[in-house]
Structure formats: C-alpha cells, structure tokens
Design a protein around this ligand. Structure first.
Ligand code: CA
Length: 149
C-alpha cells in the first residue's frame, strides 16, 4: 500500500510519515500544494492525506484538480478544528473523510485503514470470494453444533 502525505508543517509531516511507515505503508511526502498535486497526478497512490491549508496551492484546489482529471484515490483531509467551512468545501471537492487538528495519530491510522478497506471492497464487489468464505464459516459452525448436541 502506497500513501502520499501532503502537509506543510515539517514536524507534523514527519510524524504522520513515521507513523504510517511504522504501520507498514510506503509513504511519499510533499510540503506544498503544487508538489503534492503533481505527485498525486503521476503516481498510483492507494490513499492520500491532504492538509487543507497549504502554500502555493491550497488543499481544496489540489483535490478539485485531481477529481476533474479523474483521479479517484481515497483522500483523507486534515482541517483546522474551528474551520467547519473547510470540511464542507473539502467534501464537495471530493474528499472521503477528514480529521480535525490537533489529532491523535492513532485516529489517522484507523481512518486510513477504513478508507483502504472501503476502496478494496468496491474494487472486489463482483468477486464470489466473500460469500463463499461466509458460507464455509456457517457450515463449520453448523457441523460443530450437530456434533455437540
Ligand atoms: Ca497547513
């Protein structure tokens, strides 16, 4: 799984990248909107963490440009706690979820896991693997119930 972190605060960028790398993701980092927009346009990321307040190109514009170009990867936006309008604009621009600053890294990790799960589920929707596994699981519990009665 390959992720992109776009955050202009160097400490926050490093903390996010470190936590995500420790969790087993491959992480690229960008520190302004132009650089982040460029990377998201040319590289196949599984998800992006996108700060809204960025130099050179703000996060909303980055997201709008990606979605206009057909880039559909899940995007988790980082917003300032008191800026509710950022959240509305972000969702309208195509964000999938948000975390308000200041946040706990654990929450970011959990939200990224949820986004990746949902996007994998969408891609696999036509597969029979999941129904088959659940039938087998039910069969197993039935046979255990029969043996124990
Ligand atoms: Ca910022």
């Amino acid at each position: 799984m390959r992720l992109l972190v776009i955050e202009d605060d160097p400490d926050l960028n490093r903390q996010l990248a470190t936590a995500l790398s420790d969790a087993g993701y491959v992480v690229d980092r960008a520190f302004d909107g132009e650089e982040g927009h460029y990377l998201g346009e040319i590289e196949p990321y599984d998800a992006v963490i996108l700060d809204i307040g960025l130099p050179k190109m703000d996060g909303i514009s980055v997201l709008e440009a990606w979605r206009r170009a057909g880039r559909a990867m899940p995007v988790l936006m980082l917003t300032a706690r008191d800026r509710w309008s950022d959240k509305v604009q972000g969702f309208d621009a195509g964000a999938d979820d948000y975390v308000a600053k200041p946040f706990h890294l654990e929450e970011v990790l959990a939200r990224i896991r949820a986004l990746l799960r949902r996007s994998r589920g969408t891609r696999r929707a036509s597969s029979i693997a999941v129904p088959f596994a659940s039938i087998r699981a039910r069969g197993g519990s039935v046979s255990r119930a029969i043996r124990s009665s």
